[in-house]
Design a protein around this ligand. Structure first.
Ligand code: HSE
Length: 428
């Protein structure tokens, strides 16, 4: 049997503890599958004395994660400390410079430094793997780099932040307000240290940037993801959308077309009857479209001890078996900068206008839409309040720029009593 593969674990929070449990629980099975033993040799975390409910006595303790990353008795560094820079990045760089493989769940670090770290890994003959950084336990990075590797990927979609999906589904199911549900979501333990990363769409945008690079062979470009959070989504819009057959989701979309790469993370409407529309709670869903395979839908737990440990161990097993696929599917030096000039595909939109409730106001709003080449598919007007007529409209496919100009004109007109709301309807 080949020599054992030796792991150092930097971080012993929920995820790190999950990895220890998995290695200890499945030692025999992992050895049989990898053809060699999978051993943890050393660990590092902020507090040595904390009781984590796992036996760490067989492992060397290092206070400093960088010293951990340098150890001679380590083949793989698993980085589950988090933080885009600082000790996590220093430990990862040290490991790679010393020719050690790195597995990380750190989506923020990779979204900002993925290209440089992938180049460093390849220059040192090491693997850099990050399945756990994207959609938790769903093996979506592997799906792209392995199972779907024969396809030209045309679109990637994903609901990849459990906190946001929980908030949106709870608001729809219970009629609770955003602020109340946000508090519950944070108590579930999925939320990022800075909750703005969740509700502002940043965490999900980090993940989309990584999937997009892997799907399209482009350099990770987090700054090129147009990102909007869910903090402006109101119960009113969730309920109106539901009445019109849609669910509101924080949906990531990356699409490559003739104009270049489009990357968006924003609240969108999807048909309630679709797999994305039926996705409840903290579960994640990733959808890939390939030119030969068509559409593949993956769903599963997006965070948590077991799910994240599962993703990390999948990467451990690949390395133990001698598989070293470039981090983003093709050698880092061959990744090209994304052309982000794509103007955005046309889409149908959900609109909510607040019009003055007097003769001719809807006609005027419809005239402005028509003038900007926006065609109405469906509309409803109900729940009048005093002098206001709330009008919800679903448009036919529209050019985003035309729509935004039309809404600015409606907003500026005297028929409109409040800024119009517009949400894109993603065609599935
Ligand atoms: N805060 C993230 C979520 C955790 O809510 O999905 C997983 O990245």
């Amino acid at each position: 049997m080949a020599d054992p593969i030796r792991i150092a674990l930097a971080g012993l929070g929920t995820v790190g503890t999950g990895v220890v449990k998995m290695v200890q629980t499945h030692a025999q099975m992992l050895t049989a599958r990898a053809g060699r033993a999978i051993e943890i040799t050393a660990v590092s975390a902020r507090s040595r004395s904390k009781d984590r409910g796992v036996d760490l006595s067989g492992y060397v303790w290092e206070d400093d994660p960088v010293a951990l990353a340098r150890r001679d008795d380590v083949d793989i560094l698993i980085e589950v400390m988090g933080g885009e820079d600082g000790p996590a990045k220093a430990a990862v760089e040290t490991a790679l410079k010393n020719g050690k493989h790195v597995i990380t769940a750190n989506k923020a670090m990779l979204a900002h430094h993925g290209q440089a770290l992938a180049e460093l890994a390849e220059a040192n003959g090491a693997a850099l793997r990050f399945e756990a950084a994207v959609a938790g336990g769903i093996p979506c990075v592997k799906a792209l780099t392995e199972g779907l590797a024969g396809n030209q990927i045309t679109r990637v979609m994903g609901v990849m932040n459990g906190t946001c999906n929980y908030i949106l589904t709870q608001m729809e199911d219970t009629g609770a307000d955003y602020a109340d549900v946000l508090k519950d979501a944070q108590e579930l333990g999925y939320a990022e240290a800075d909750p703005a990363f969740d509700v502002g769409g940043i965490d999900a945008a980090h993940k989309l940037a990584l999937l997009s690079a892997t799907a399209f062979g482009t350099r990770v470009d987090f700054a090129g993801v147009k990102t909007e959070g869910i903090d402006k989504i109101t119960l009113t819009d969730i309920q109106h959308a539901a009445h019109m057959g849609y669910a509101v989701k924080l949906l990531g979309v990356a699409r490559m077309n003739e104009d270049g790469l489009e990357q968006r993370m924003q609240p969108c409407l999807v048909p309630h009857s679709s797999p994305l529309g039926q996705l409840d709670g903290v579960t994640n869903m990733v959808v890939f479209e390939g030119d030969f395979v068509g559409q593949c839908v993956f769903s599963g737990p997006g965070a948590g001890e077991g799910a994240t440990a599962s993703a990390i161990m999948g990467d451990v097993m690949d390395i133990a078996r001698g598989l070293n696929i470039p981090a983003f599917g093709v050698p880092a030096t061959d990744l090209e900068a994304a052309d982000l000039s794509a103007s955005g595909a046309t889409a149908a939109y959900y609109l909510r206008l607040t019009l003055a409730d007097r003769p001719g106001t809807f006609a005027e709003a419809a005239r402005i839409l028509g003038e900007h080449d926006i065609s109405i598919d469906r509309m409803r007007q109900y729940d009048h309040a005093a002098v206001e007529a709330p009008v919800t409209i679903v448009t036919h496919a529209a050019v985003p720029e035309h729509l935004h100009r039309a809404l600015a004109a409606i907003d500026a007109s005297e028929v409109s009593l409040a800024t119009p709301v517009a949400l894109r309807i993603e065609a599935l």
